[in-house]
Design a protein around this ligand. Structure first.
Ligand code: ZN
Length: 417
C-alpha cells in the first residue's frame, strides 16, 4: 500500500490521506481548513471514507460532488455532513460569488454508503466506533497481507452521552497506525474533576446573576453541553436559570440524535427523547434572550455568529463569564485575545474584557495518556502522527518511540507499507 499524506500533516485542519493498492485507491477523509480556500485534492478515488462529520474532515467534499464519488461513513455522519455543507454554501454565497450550490451538498447524500465494512478489489475495510462525536469511526484497512489503522479523531474516555472507543475490537500489530495527535503533549485532569470545575464556575456566576456565554460547535458539543446543564438543573446541581441554545443547525441535530439513540450511552438510550430538553430553550436570535442567562451558541471558536455578538455585549461586565470548553483556539481569534490579553479587537474597535474567561477543556480528543494507551495496546510496527501541531506530535513521539517506529509526515510525504 502507498500512503500519501495530502492534508492534516503537522497541523490540525484539512485532513486527507490517500491509500493506494495495486488495484484501487481510497481517501481517508476529505477535509478543509477553517477560513481557507479549499485546496485542490485529487479526485480519482474509488471510495472516500469519512471518519466523522467535522468540516476539517469533510469540507472539501463539495468539490468532489459532481464526480459522483462513492462516500462511506455512518448514517449520522452523512446527515450532519450534508447539513454543514449546506450551511457552508449559504455562508460563502452570502460573502460573494461561490463556485458551489446547495445541489452539490445534496448530491453528497445520494453518493453515500452507510457501511461498517466493505470491500474493493484487493482491499477490505472495517469501521469501528471512535468516541469523539456521534457516528465517528476508526478505519482499519487490509490489503496484500498488510494492515493499516487510521484513528480519525478519537477518544477512549466516556462522556455523559457517548462511550469512548473500545481498543479490544481494533486489529493488533498493524503495519501502520495513522493516529491523530491533537493533544499529543498534554495530560488532562480526570474528566470528573473538569466537570466539577465547570459547575463551580457556573454556580459562582449564577450566584451574582451574571450571564454565561458558552461558545460551542453545533454538532455534538452543543447537544452534550445542553444535556449536561439540563440534567444538572433537573438534579438540583445547578439552580433554575434561563438557559438557551442559539443555533438552528444544532437544533436540527438534536432531532437526529433523538432518532439515533443506539449510538449513545445506556442512560441516554433509556430516555424517550433524550435531546429534547426541559430546562434549555432554543432561540433563533440573541434579541430573544431574557437576562441573566446561560447561552450555548455557535461559532465554537467565537469568531462569528451569536457567540461573537454576545462576547462583544457581555465581555465588559465583571459579573459575566465566558466558558471555553475547546482546548484549541485559532491564533488571533477574539476569544484567544480575550482569554490571554484581557481585551480583543474587531476591525477598528477594541473591547475591554472584565468578564471571567475560563478555559475548561471538556474535549472529545484523546489526551497524551489515552494516545499512549492506544499505542501500547495495538503495538503497531510503525506509527504516523497526523492532525496535530508539530510540537504536540513531537512531545508524543518522545513518549512512544520505545514501543513503535514513529514518524511525523510532512504534507505530500509518501509511506510504503
Ligand atoms: Zn473532529
Amino acid at each position: 500500500m502507498k500512503i500519501e499524506f495530502l492534508g492534516g500533516a503537522r497541523e490540525v485542519g484539512g485532513s486527507c490521506i490517500s491509500v493506494e493498492t495495486d488495484s484501487c485507491k481510497v481517501a481517508l477523509d476529505y477535509g478543509t481548513k477553517l477560513d481557507e480556500e479549499p485546496k485542490k485534492l485529487p479526485k480519482d478515488f474509488d471510495a472516500v471514507i469519512i471518519s466523522h462529520a467535522h468540516l476539517d474532515h469533510t469540507g472539501s467534499l463539495l468539490s468532489l460532488s459532481k464526480n459522483n464519488p462513492v462516500i462511506v461513513g455512518s448514517d449520522i455522519t452523512r446527515d450532519v455532513t450534508v447539513d454543514l455543507l449546506h450551511d457552508m454554501v449559504k455562508i460563502q454565497s452570502e460573502k460573494g460569488v461561490y463556485e458551489f450550490e446547495s445541489s452539490d451538498a445534496e448530491r453528497i447524500r445520494d453518493c453515500w454508503w452507510s457501511r461498517d465494512s466493505f470491500a474493493l478489489p484487493g482491499l477490505n475495510v472495517q469501521l469501528q466506533s471512535a468516541g469523539h462525536v456521534a457516528g465517528a469511526k476508526i478505519t482499519s484497512l487490509q490489503s496484500e497481507g498488510k494492515k493499516v489503522v487510521y484513528t480519525g479523531d478519537f477518544c477512549i474516555h466516556d462522556t455523559e452521552i457517548l462511550q469512548g472507543c473500545k481498543l479490544e475490537v481494533l486489529p493488533k500489530k498493524p503495519d501502520l497506525l495513522i493516529s491523530e495527535s491533537t493533544y499529543g503533549g498534554k495530560v488532562r485532569p480526570p474528566r470528573k474533576e473538569l466537570i466539577k470545575q465547570f459547575f463551580e464556575q457556573m454556580s459562582l456566576t449564577m450566584a451574582r446573576n451574571g450571564n454565561i456565554l458558552i461558545p460551542t460547535f453545533a454538532f455534538h458539543r452543543s447537544q452534550e453541553m445542553a444535556k449536561r446543564i439540563d440534567t444538572a438543573i433537573e438534579k438540583g446541581i445547578l439552580p433554575p436559570y434561563n438557559v438557551y441554545t442559539i443555533s438552528n443547525i444544532a437544533h436540527r441535530i438534536n432531532g437526529y440524535f433523538n432518532h439515533n439513540k443506539p449510538l449513545f450511552t445506556k442512560a441516554i438510550r433509556q430516555q424517550k427523547h433524550p435531546f429534547t430538553y426541559r430546562n434549555v430553550k432554543h432561540l433563533y436570535r440573541t434579541g430573544q434572550i431574557e437576562e441573566p442567562a446561560i447561552v450555548i451558541c455557535t461559532s465554537g471558536f467565537g469568531h462569528a455568529g451569536a457567540s461573537l455578538r454576545l462576547l462583544t455585549d457581555w465581555a465588559g461586565d465583571k459579573d459575566n463569564s465566558v466558558i471555553l470548553t475547546s482546548g484549541y483556539l485559532p491564533p488571533d481569534s477574539p476569544l484567544k485575545q480575550a482569554k490571554e490579553e484581557g481585551f480583543f479587537k474587531l476591525e477598528e474597535d477594541s473591547y475591554t474584557v472584565n468578564a471571567e474567561v475560563k478555559q475548561i477543556e471538556l474535549s472529545g480528543h484523546a489526551d497524551q495518556t489515552e494516545l499512549i494507551q492506544l499505542i501500547t495496546k495495538l503495538k503497531p510496527k510503525r506509527t504516523a502522527l497526523v492532525h496535530g501541531d508539530l510540537e504536540q506530535a513531537e512531545l508524543l513521539s518522545e513518549k512512544i518511540s520505545n514501543i513503535t517506529d514513529v514518524c511525523i509526515p510532512e504534507e505530500n510525504e509518501i509511506i510504503e507499507v
